[in-house]
Design a protein around this ligand. Structure first.
Ligand SMILES: Nc1ncnc2c1ncn2[C@@H]1O[C@H](COP(=O)(O)OP(=O)(O)OP(=O)(O)O)[C@@H](O)[C@H]1O
Ligand SMILES: [Mg+2]
Length: 257
């Protein structure tokens, strides 16, 4: 088992009176895909946004490569090499692939952007991920399919020497072939040594690509298990009831929202 690259301990997060995350511990390992699963509203996206520095944590500690770090804003997360592909994809429709991949981080000085260098980097990144379905990196994102957009969003996240990539339901809106491509891409990121977090409601996808499965139930981390040690139905029980046999909460009825 590889070393943890990112570890959260005792994470709490409330929105006003609503306590969304309760003392959550979460570990991401380099070279592995960790699936983060849980029912709608369990707190998955909130957890990711806390890691990304979008939502301030109320309490909790973050360790990166074993060292305590503070993530108080998106800049801190980006500097550590933590990248997120959000559930509500943040791509700009009116811009092309290169412009999207470099949005806010354009190369060049002042008015002179190094278009050639950015274009090459965009093309090289897509190639390194074996992405072949995008014909030209000068295609406007508005004319891409859902799967191609996901691919661009994922490629964008690995353009920055990222170490950890968190993908919030990257296949939710995709067809069979496009889902296939994105799942292959997810595996490839892990093979390149990144710590990958995949949020998904699709058990088949989770069991196919994930090395480990972490289950949130009503804002509590009820189990972090190796995929090979559990069955589909155990994970479904963990998601819906917070426990399955010896796994999960000892007394789920004590979990209050
Ligand atoms: N910005 C916010 N302000 C107030 N409440 C929020 C906010 N973001 C999330 N919540 C609440 O936090 C809880 C967890 O939401 P979250 O989006 O993290 O769930 P999720 O596990 O990602 O669900 P899904 O599978 O539907 O995407 C929900 O009850 C939601 O209403
Ligand atoms: Mg979500």
């Amino acid at each position: 088992m590889s070393e943890p690259i990112l570890e959260l301990t005792g994470l709490n997060k409330s929105f006003g009176p609503v306590h969304v995350l309760h003392d959550v511990d979460f570990t991401v390992r380099a070279g592995e895909v960790t699936a983060l699963v849980g029912d709608n509203g369990a707190g998955k996206s909130t957890l990711v946004k806390c890691v990304a520095g979008i939502h301030p944590m109320d309490s909790g500690q973050v360790f990166f490569n074993g060292e305590r770090v503070s993530v108080t804003g998106p800049r801190d997360a980006a500097d550590l090499g933590i990248e997120v592909v959000y559930q509500d994809l943040a791509l700009a429709d009116n811009l092309d692939i290169v412009q999207n991949m470099f949005l806010g981080r354009e190369r060049g000085s002042g008015w002179l952007l190094d278009e050639a260098a950015m274009e090459k980097a965009a093309r090289d990144t897509l190639a390194s991920l074996s992405v072949r379905t995008v014909k030209s990196v000068r295609t406007p994102v508005s004319s891409l399919s859902g799967g191609q957009r996901q691919t661009v969003a994922i490629a964008k996240s690995v353009l920055w020497e990222s170490k950890v990539v968190l993908l919030d339901e990257p296949t939710a809106a995709l067809g069979v072939a496009q889902t296939r491509q994105v799942l292959d891409l997810v595996r490839r990121l892990a093979e390149q040594g990144l710590g990958v977090v995949l949020i998904s409601h699709n058990m088949a996808d989770v069991f196919e690509v994930a090395d480990r499965i972490s289950t949130l139930y009503l804002g509590r981390m009820v189990a972090e298990v190796a995929t090979r040690d559990v069955t589909h139905s155990q994970v479904v029980e963990l998601i819906t009831a917070g426990r399955s046999g010896d796994l999960g909460l000892a007394r789920p009825e004590t979990a209050t929202v």
